[in-house]
Design a protein around this ligand. Structure first.
Ligand code: B12
Ligand code: SF4
Ligand code: SF4
Length: 322
C-alpha cells in the first residue's frame, strides 16, 4: 500500500507539484473553527460560503465523493513578484487562472495512477480488489466546498500560520492547494504537528487593514484588500474604498511579510497570464477587457469591478500626496 503512495508522490513532483501528502476522507476535526468564523460574520458578499449544502460538504468531504477513502493534497508553487507600479497587483494574477492550469496537472496525475494500477493488475495476473484501476475520484481546486487548509495540515503539508495561510518550512506560503479525493485506500501521512510561527507577528503588523486575528488565525475578510478587490460585489462605501489602499487586484502583504517566504524557491510550473492589470485599464471597453484578461483570474472582478478598484486606488494615491 505504501508503494503506490511513493509512486504517486514521485509522479506529482515530476508534474510540477512541490508538495504531496495523503490523509483519510474523514471529516476534518476543525470544522468548528470554520463555523465560528461564519458566525462572526465578516463574509461581506461571499454568502456562498455559508450555504447549508456547502457547509455539510465542508464538514464531511465524503459528500463530494461518496466512496472516497483517501485525499491526496497537493501544492503548486508561485513566485512573489516585485511590485513595479504604485497600483499593486497580487502575484497570483501574474499567472494564468490557476483553476484552469492546475486542473490538467491533477488530471494527468489521476491518469498516471490509473495506468500504474492497470500495469500492476496485469503483472500480478489477478485482481487487487482494494487497488483497482477503476477507482473513482474528484479534483478540488479552491472553488469546491472543502476545507483545503485543514486537510493540508492533516496530510502533513504544513501548519496554519497567524496570517491564516498554510505554510511549509521549505516552500513558505506562496503556493496554491489542490485535492484529489480517491476511492483508493492509501495510507495517510502524519498530520503536521509543529507551529513555525512562534512569537513572530510580522503579518499582523504589516497587514494594511489590521484584519488578521493571530489567536484564531483567521482574518476579518470584509476588511481584507484581497476580498475587496477580488470578491466584493457592487460599489465601495467610502470606508471600503479607503481599505483598498493601493491594491488594484488582490493583496500579498501578509505573504511578503512572512519570514518563511523570504527563502522560497521562486520557480513555478504555472504559465504566465497574457496581461496583468494596470491603471490604464479604466479605459477598456467590455470586449477589450474580456480579450485582454481571457486567461487571467482578473476576469472574476468583471470590468466594473476592475474599474471600481482603479478609481479607489487613484483616489487613495492622490490623498497620500496631499
Ligand atoms: C474565501 C477564501 C478567501 C477569502 C477569505 C480568506 C480567509 N483567510 O479566510 C479572501 C477573498 C479574503 C481570500 C484571500 C486570499 N486567498 Co483565498 N481562499 C478562500 C477559500 C475559497 C476559502 C477559505 C475559507 O474557508 N476561509 C474561512 C477560514 C475560517 O477557513 P480556513 O482559512 O481554511 O481556516 C482553517 C484553518 O484556520 C484551520 N486550522 C487548521 N488547523 C489549525 C490549527 C490552528 C492552531 C488554527 C488556529 C487553525 C487551524 O481551521 C479553519 C477551518 O478549516 C480558499 C479555498 C478553500 N476551498 O479552502 C482559498 C485559499 C485559502 N486562498 C488562497 C489564496 C492564495 C489567497 C490569497 C493569497 C490571494 C491573494 N493574493 O489575494 C489571499 C490571502 C489572504 C489570507 N491571508 O488568507 C489559497 C491559500 C493557499 C495557502 N498557502 O494557504 C486557497 C487555499 C486557495 C487555493 N486552492 O490555493 N481567500
Ligand atoms: S491579504 Fe492583505 S489585507 Fe488581507 S489579510 Fe493579508 S495583508 Fe491583510
Ligand atoms: S509572518 Fe510570522 S506570524 Fe505571520 S504567518 Fe508568517 S511566521 Fe507566522
Amino acid at each position: 500500500m505504501s508503494e503506490i503512495k511513493e509512486v504517486i508522490k514521485a509522479e506529482a513532483e515530476r508534474l510540477g507539484f512541490c508538495l504531496c501528502g495523503f490523509t483519510t476522507a474523514d471529516p476534518p476535526d476543525d470544522f468548528s473553527r470554520y463555523l465560528q468564523w461564519i458566525r462572526e460574520g465578516s463574509l461581506g458578499t461571499m454568502a456562498y460560503l455559508k450555504r447549508e449544502d456547502t457547509l455539510a460538504k465542508r464538514a464531511d468531504p465524503r459528500l463530494l465523493l461518496p466512496d472516497a477513502q483517501s485525499i491526496c493534497v497537493l501544492a503548486v508553487p508561485m513566485a512573489l513578484f516585485p511590485q513595479e507600479s504604485a497600483f499593486s497587483v497580487a502575484s497570483y494574477a501574474h499567472y494564468k487562472d490557476y483553476h484552469d492550469t492546475i486542473l490538467p496537472m491533477a488530471d494527468d496525475l489521476v491518469k498516471k495512477i490509473r495506468s500504474y494500477l492497470s500495469e500492476l493488475t496485469k503483472e500480478d495476473g489477478h485482481q487487487l480488489p482494494l487497488l483497482t484501476p477503476d477507482f473513482s475520484y474528484r479534483i478540488c481546486i479552491d472553488s469546491a466546498p472543502i476545507l483545503e487548509r485543514s486537510l493540508a495540515v492533516r496530510a502533513g503539508l504544513g501548519w496554519v500560520g497567524k496570517s491564516s495561510m498554510l505554510i511549509n518550512r521549505k516552500y513558505g506560503s506562496a503556493f496554491f492547494l489542490c485535492e484529489i479525493l480517491l476511492s483508493l485506500p492509501i495510507e495517510p501521512d502524519e498530520p503536521y504537528a509543529l507551529d513555525g510561527c512562534g512569537s513572530c507577528t510580522h503579518c499582523v503588523e504589516d497587514c494594511p487593514n489590521q484584519c488578521i486575528d493571530p489567536v484564531t488565525r483567521t482574518i476579518q475578510a470584509d476588511r481584507c484588500a484581497a476580498y475587496l478587490t477580488i470578491e466584493h460585489k457592487g460599489d465601495f462605501s467610502p470606508e471600503q474604498a479607503a481599505l483598498v489602499g493601493t491594491h488594484l487586484f488582490g493583496c500579498d502583504e501578509c505573504l511578503r511579510a512572512c519570514p518563511w517566504n523570504h527563502r522560497t524557491p521562486s520557480a513555478s510550473p504555472l504559465p504566465h497570464a497574457s496581461a496583468i492589470p494596470e491603471e490604464s485599464d479604466e479605459n477598456l471597453t467590455a470586449e477589450e477587457f474580456k480579450a485582454k484578461f481571457h486567461d487571467s483570474p482578473v476576469l472574476r472582478t468583471k470590468i466594473k469591478g476592475l474599474q471600481r478598484n482603479i478609481a479607489a486606488v487613484r483616489k487613495n494615491l492622490e490623498k497620500g500626496e496631499e
